[in-house]
Design a protein around this ligand. Structure first.
Ligand SMILES: Cc1ncc(C[n+]2csc(CCOP(=O)(O)OP(=O)(O)O)c2C)c(N)n1
Ligand code: SF4
Length: 281
């Protein structure tokens, strides 16, 4: 097995106690168990505290724009399907500004794992309401309490056709690293939604709050779609573990044979701009 230290990079600048530390440790353990080659792995993130995770994980990585990680990841995967592509970021990144990319990535079933660190608030920008904040949640942008119903991210992924949906907790690194490992191993789109407290700005959804509002799935068959829907719909009791899994053809396999046999990275590019002009103009 590879030493987890291989994936060490910069020292994180997250606040002491931030849930994202647990996610980083779990990701490193999953990578070590899978023996991921850093030179064949890309971690794509958006903008946010959580999106800094690829600065702290040794592999290739792109820190894209807020909400655009899924779109960039899709492009990378299609250009070079041999790469292990992992997306990571916050609830704001995935379930607000990036929703359109998130939904379409899930429904296309590309072979990409997406880790969402859900802290139910905007951490980086200092505590504004987020798409997963609960109704009535008081923040600097909702001083009278949020009037909005929260987005249920895993249920959104389910309705879009995601083929692997799991929920972990950054306070349980052993389970979380297994869910991430299995999500990366899964052939198709995998969502690993993580309850990951922001200890600085969210004083409601704390480690203790998540412990009190979550439970471990037991004797659950993740291929049971009706049961998975029922579990995902229960927003008062957050299920932890693998909720849904389905084997399905991935997007890459449905493309014309010519494309798959000869992805972009193998195409010889004639760098002469004159030749390109000649061909297209
Ligand atoms: C287009 C655009 N809009 C807004 C912002 C400001 N912004 C940066 S991070 C962020 C939200 C961060 O929340 P989340 O994605 O949940 O990540 P967290 O910091 O909580 O981990 C916002 C609104 C931005 N950088 N770009
Ligand atoms: S502000 Fe919140 S999310 Fe950001 S590093 Fe601090 S604890 Fe983590």
């Amino acid at each position: 097995m590879i030493d987890v230290k291989l994936y060490d990079k910069e020292t994180p600048t997250w606040c002491p106690g931030c849930g994202d530390y647990g996610v980083l440790t779990a990701l490193k353990r999953a990578a070590a168990n899978l023996e991921l080659d850093p030179s064949r792995t890309v971690v794509v993130t958006g903008i946010g505290c959580s999106s800094k995770i690829n600065s702290y994980f040794y592999s290739y990585g792109i820190h894209t724009l807020h909400g655009r990680a899924a779109a960039v990841a899709e492009g990378i995967k299609l250009a070079n399907p041999d790469l292990e592509v992992i997306v990571a970021g916050g609830d704001g990144d995935a379930y607000a500004i990036g929703t359109e990319h998130f939904v379409h990535l899930a429904r296309r079933n590309l072979d990409i794992a997406y880790i969402v660190m859900d802290n139910q608030i905007y951490g980086l920008t200092k505590g504004q309401v987020s798409p997963t904040s609960e109704e009535g949640f008081v923040t600097i942008t909702t001083p009278y309490g949020s009037p909005e119903k929260p987005v249920n991210g895993p249920l959104l992924a389910f309705s879009a056709g995601a083929t692997y949906i799991a929920r972990g907790f950054s306070g349980d690194i052993v389970q979380l690293s297994k869910l991430i490992e299995d999500g990366i191993r899964h052939k198709g789109f995998a969502l690993i939604d993580v309850l990951s407290p922001c200890v600085t700005w969210n004083k409601i959804n704390t480690y203790d709050w998540y412990k009190a509002h979550s439970y471990q799935l037991k004797d659950h068959d993740p291929s049971n779609k009706a049961k998975a829907f029922q579990i995902l719909s229960d927003e008062d009791h957050l299920a932890l573990g693998l909720i849904y899994k389905k084997e399905e053809k991935i997007y890459e396999e449905k493309l014309p044979r010519k494309f798959v046999a000869n992805p972009f990275q193998n195409i010889e590019v004639d760098k002469s701009i004159e030749n390109i002009y000649e061909e297209f103009l």
